[in-house]
Write a protein of this length. Sequence first.
Length: 138
Amino acid sequence: MADENSLIYLDYNATSPTAPEVINKMVKYLSVHWGNPTSPHVRSEKPKAAIRKSRQQLATLLSCKPEEIIFTSGGSESNALALFGSLKTLKQKRPLANHLIVSVIEHKATTYALQSLAPEYEITEISVDSVRFQFLLI
Ligand SMILES: Cc1ncc(COP(=O)(O)O)c(C=O)c1O
């Protein structure tokens, strides 16, 4: 296996090094203003204000409402939130819908989240060959 220094890393979709500007901004919240932003005491004020400002800036950037921004801990939680939320809405619109189709190359975080819905939903995994894989990449 190639050592880390000789590797050309192309998977920034999965993770990337933290930008120095982000580290510089975060240091004071990790070391000085480290309070829980949802606590009801004075230590929450600075982190709460910083999150409010970040939410507003992101909403402006994404042309959405601040309350539409949801911060999560990472990919698995985001996937679960999106999947379960979408399915809840779908269930209201189409109560009989009970069949989910997922490709075998889906990230395990998604596959496991969907599998947790069985037996309420029938889960079908579809395989991927080179032709369909190219199609998925278009
Ligand atoms: C599509 C997708 N879903 C979920 C994850 C898992 O993310 P986390 O480890 O932050 O839960 C990743 C991580 O690479 C991902 O690429």
